[in-house]
Structures are given as C-alpha cells and as structure tokens.
Design a protein around this ligand. Structure first.
Ligand code: GN1
Ligand code: MG
Length: 379
C-alpha cells in the first residue's frame, strides 16, 4: 500500500488517497482501484516483459480514446466519460509513470456503477455484446493514418503461434511434454487448417483493420443498474488485425458455458443460442463495413480463437509458465483442456454456425443489397 501510494501520487489525482486495493483479474497486467476522498481511479502496472514499448502502447490508447470521444461528441451523446476510458496524466503530463525498478504504471478514471460479466447471462446481453464489438470496429474504421503501432508483433498470427509451439515441443525445456501427448496430438491434427486466416490475409483476401484483439466478454463494461453497454475496455492490444479475431474471441469467451479455467470438463459446452444472438447483433451492425470474405471468416474465427488460445496456454505450460499468471502448476494445462473441449463442441456445430450466418446475410433487406455487391467483394 505504501509503495503503491507513492507511485500513485505521481498522477494528477483529485483528493487525498484513502485506499488502494486489487481489482479485476487479467492474466497479464496487475490492476488496482484507487479510492480518494472525492474520486475513484483504475490503477495498473503494465507487464513490461510483454509490452516492451510502453510509449507506443500509450500513444495507441490516446489515439483510440480520442477518436471514440470525438465521435460521441459529434453525435451529441451525453455522459461521454462513461463511453470510453479517460487517461489520467502524471504531474509532468505523461500517460504513464516509470518507477525506479523499471515498472510502468498508468491511471484511468474509474467508471462508476459499472460491471463486467464472465459469462453471458441473457439473450439480450448476447446481442448487445455483438453490437458492442461491431460498433467498436466501426468507430475505429476511419481512424486517421498512420495505423496504430503493432505493440505486440504477430499477436494473433496463428501460424506463428503454431511454429513457436512446434519448437517448444521439440525442446521440451521443463520436461512436461510426457503428460500432454493427447492434447498435443489434438492440436497438431488441426495445424494446417488453422493457418487459413493468416494465409488469406497475406494474399490480400482479408483487409487489416483496427480491431480490439482481446474481445473477451469481460472487457465490456455494462451499467450496473440498466445493464446497458457502456464501453469496451482493455485497449492494450487494439491494433491492426482481422475482424474475425474479435468475433471469435467474443464467442470463445461469451458462448462457453464454463470459466476459462474450469477443471470439470463436463461443464464446458458451446452455447449455440448465445452464438446466434451474438452473431445477429454483430452482423447487423458490422455488415456495412465488412467484405464478403470477412463475413465468411466469422464462424471460422470462433474455432480459430479457441484453437489459438489452447496452443498459447499449452505452449506456456510447456515452457514453464512464463507468460500467463498462474495460481497452481497445472493451471495452464487446465486452461488448455477447457479450450480443447470448447473447440470440440464448436466443431460439432460448425456447419450450423456457418448456415446461421449465411441466413442472417440472406434475411430481409440485407439480401438484395448483399448480392448486388458480392461481385465487388465489398459490402
Ligand atoms: C490475456 O490479461 P488479459 O486477460 O487481458 C491475453 C489474451 C488472452 C487472455 C486469456 C496481451 O488477456 O490474449 O486471450 O489473457 N493478453 C495478452 O484469458 O496476451
Ligand atoms: Mg487484455
């Protein structure tokens, strides 16, 4: 508390600091809440082993929040402070503070009366989540050049994650491979199929856009009382990528019936109703900016993100848990198994997922408009 308070005093906070306590549960950064006698703030230590260029990261977040804020201002929206994050600067006007140990810290205004969910609980919430990520992508689709910094290079480059995984398997540095052959063979069987999006991107068949890239359900703030969506948070990985990454991650986290580290695999299932509601919200709002190939990549994105996450968790397990925070030695393996089970359930429903999205595209007024333009490959 003493050390945290000393660090927090470098920021332009209103009021005297009363308390600083842990808040939320990301797997990379450490998050706290600061309570002063007149305000609340979100306070984060940025994991600089992963985010090595904090200045670029901060510039990205400044640009994203400024762009979103300007759009809401132009649209005459009230209470914009709840519609995107507000950066609190240091007393010397910097967006982050570097302590003597080399750790970087940042502060955001705390958005009051808000909550996050780890699981989607109602159909309305599923639609709203789809709308939230579609709107996020749409809002940022006209961000001025240059593109945002690629703060984590190849972040969702599944082909690269597969190659790293193959090297890790070869080295078996901490001797854990012996217990995970079943998981390894499940993942390796799908490795060619899962290179698809990256390959399509390289061929120019999918456009790079500004996308969130950590589009987990719990990165959306809802109003505590009305359940209305307030904003999308955790903007660290918002940078150039493909839209199916966000669609896929939101489904991976929102349409899974269990937590990411559920040990009882009988509880892990893919909730197809949530998928349908989410897809409807997303496609209805995003369709105007998406190309035909992008629309066709969405259902695959759900499988892709579950697969990639399984590879990333297992890779970390086999490397001795150096990337994700873990609470016990098998934690990353438990997480891997959950993703594998989810992927199996998604595979059973994959044709139905695709048919459902095609159905959405064919429905109502969207139909004529869609077919009139498919030849241009642009919607
Ligand atoms: C990490 O720390 P958090 O929860 O925001 C990770 C995501 C993973 C997620 C898995 C920078 O996000 O890619 O999907 O854990 N972020 C980074 O829960 O690697
Ligand atoms: Mg994150």
């Amino acid at each position: 508390m003493q050390k945290l308070t000393i660090i927090a005093r470098n920021f332009c906070l209103k009021g005297e600091i009363k308390e600083i306590k842990p808040f939320g549960g990301g797997l990379i950064n450490s998050t706290y809440q600061i309570i002063t006698d007149s305000n609340k703030y979100l306070f984060q230590k940025i994991n600089h082993a992963i985010f090595t260029n904090i200045a670029e990261l901060t510039t990205n977040i400044e640009r994203i929040t400024k762009h979103i804020r300007a759009k809401f201002e132009n649209a005459g929206v009230k209470d914009i402070s709840r519609k995107t994050l507000t950066i609190i600067y240091t007393k010397d006007q910097k967006g982050f503070y570097k302590d003597e140990k080399g750790n970087s810290w940042r502060v955001f205004d705390f958005i009051e009366n808000s909550k996050t969910y780890d699981k989607i609980v109602t159909p309305e919430q599923a639609v709203a989540t789809g709308v939230a990520f579609a709107e996020f992508q749409k809002t940022l689709s006209d961000l001025d050049n240059p593109p945002l910094y690629e703060v984590l290079e190849d972040f969702h480059n599944t082909a690269m994650h597969i190659d790293t995984f193959l090297e890790t398997l070869e080295k078996d540095a901490v001797g854990r491979r012996v217990g995970v052959e079943e998981e390894v063979s499940f993942l390796l069987k799908r490795k060619e199929e899962m290179r698809k999006i990256v390959e399509q991107g390289e061929k120019g068949e999918l456009p790079l856009r500004t996308v969130h890239q950590d589009a987990k359900l719990n990165n959306i703030l809802f109003d505590k009382n009305t359940n209305e969506i307030l904003c999308v948070i955790d903007l660290d990985t918002t940078m150039p990528g493909y839209v199916c990454y966000d669609f896929g991650d939101a489904i991976r986290t929102g349409a899974c019936t269990a937590n990411e580290d559920e040990k009882d695999l009988t509880k892990v299932d893919f909730d197809f109703d949530i998928f349908k509601n989410f897809a409807e919200g997303y496609v209805t709002r995003a369709k105007k900016i998406l190309t035909k190939n992008e629309l066709e990549s969405l259902a695959f994105g759900a499988k892709l993100l579950a697969y990639e996450q399984a590879v990333r968790f297992l890779n970390d397990y086999l490397q001795g848990d150096t990337y994700y925070k873990t609470e016990y030695s098998e934690h990353n393996l438990v997480r891997t198994r959950t993703q594998i089970k989810l992927l199996m359930k998604m595979e059973e429903k994959y044709n139905q997922m695709q048919t459902y999205i095609e159905g959405l595209l064919k429905s109502s007024s969207f139909l004529n408009w869609y077919y009139a333009r498919t030849s241009e490959n642009t919607l």
